[in-house]
Design a protein around this ligand. Sequence first.
Ligand code: MLT
Ligand code: MN
Ligand code: ZN
Length: 279
Amino acid sequence: MRVRVLGSAAGGGAPQWNCACPVCRDARRDGRDRTQDTVAVTGDGTAWYLLNAGPDIRTQVLRTPELAPGPGLRETPVRGVLLTTAELDHTLGLLSLREAVRISVYATATVTHALSTAFPLRPMLGAYTDLDWQDLTAGLVLDGGLLVHRLTVGTKRPRYAGDTPGEDWVSALRLTDTRSGSSFVYATCLPAWTPAFGTFVTGADEVLLDGTFTTDDELTRTTGRPGSAQAMGHLPMAASHPMTTGYPGTRFRYGHLNNTNPSLGADIAADGLELLTDH
Ligand code: MLT
Ligand code: MN
Ligand code: ZN
């Protein structure tokens, strides 16, 4: 299995276009750019799947040689997209994939319903491409031999979704290579470290965690805007980092960084970072 971070920022990216906070100013000065959260995975190095499709997807695909098309005229290694939320920063990129001859999208019934009604992306995309939209059920096996397990970790609706019904709004995914046995957990939106989540990550080789905020008060402290990290559905790194020590043999790193998060270093994903290579 190979796992590549295509984008390591939360919604808006970092720097964010209209933000002059210290982190965004430093990023502009140093030429650093985090694009919005999307990860690419493959079991066999040939069939690739995207975990979410953010607004920066075109740039991300163009700068990833493994995702280049060919040899057929419209042949692409990108087979499909697995959605873990219905948030705009995880779904808008689907519209930029409309040139696909055919594409598979996997989502929970809750996310599918929101993307069919409040934000009717599914019927829109279906007008442009041969869209194979499937339920994201546990035990799904993708081309290339990746086995997918899903855990509902949160019930926060996107702001646009109003009172759209459903429970399975926010998922963590566990992908296991059926040949090598290696596994990767993607949980960039994680409201709480529950016992169920603890079990879900046990034995994984690599985990990408929610790195939106360092502390619960980061947004208010840096921008003056109201809203704690946990109220926004994001367990701060200060709370998740102590939990990671209980899983020897598992490497934890952070993605989906908000533009206010100044973290850098070995545990912080950057765009283009390869998280796992075992083949
Ligand atoms: C989130 O991660 O909480 C959402 O992407 C927020 C947003 O879209 O503004
Ligand atoms: Mn987000
Ligand atoms: Zn900023």
